[in-house]
Design a protein around this ligand. Sequence first.
Ligand SMILES: Cc1cc2nc3c(=O)[nH]c(=O)nc-3n(C[C@H](O)[C@H](O)[C@H](O)COP(=O)(O)O)c2cc1C
Length: 212
Amino acid sequence: MSLSFIYQRHSVRKFKDEPVKDNDLMEILKAATYAPSGKNKQNWHFVIIKDKEKIKKIAQIVHEKTNYLASKVDDENLKQNFLKFLYYHTFFKDAPVLILAFAGPYPIGSDQILKIAGEDEALKRVISASPGIQNIAAAIENLMLAAAQLGYGTCWMTGPNYAVIEIEKFLEKEFLKEGYELVAMTPLGVPQESELKSPQRKPLSEVITIIE
Ligand SMILES: Cc1cc2nc3c(=O)[nH]c(=O)nc-3n(C[C@H](O)[C@H](O)[C@H](O)COP(=O)(O)O)c2cc1C
């Protein structure tokens, strides 16, 4: 069995000026929702922006927040290093579609483990493993693998998250769902380059331990 569907996904940051077919978009979103989720809570919500002006506006919001944060930094090196990432936080401005991934409440607070473990150190680990966010990550990965199979490019983005409050505010007339927060985004479109590449992976031996 071929695993090529895994290796065909690469982060794509430049897109052709071609639309995403509605059927394909719905297939991709459906694939996202077939991800596993803790207690089957499916605590995700995807906001799909097809309006190019709104996509540009979101990139502009990130750009402005970047400049605002940079303007408050005295350390010139720190400021320049931060500004270097601007492209990686705004390149989606010309994409035909932008998908925003929101995370809804995941009831870790009502878990029995909270009552049972009390002040136990292990409790911090239960919380820091963030199962509610893991659910969203699983859905995003499904979405990206499905998109790649259908010939589209995506790029998982959390870099612009320092502007989530401003982005949520910009969208609040069209999307507002109690307890849901923007956690990641990805552009979606036909890749400009035909030969896609990803950075090298660490050798397998460095990242696995087999216990027999
Ligand atoms: C949680 C997460 C956040 C990321 N945020 C950004 C981002 O803000 N901007 C960006 O250009 N790439 C971002 N990436 C893409 C990574 O740089 C990319 O996945 C990595 O370099 C491996 O390349 P590949 O996706 O082509 O395999 C992000 C990836 C992940 C998983």
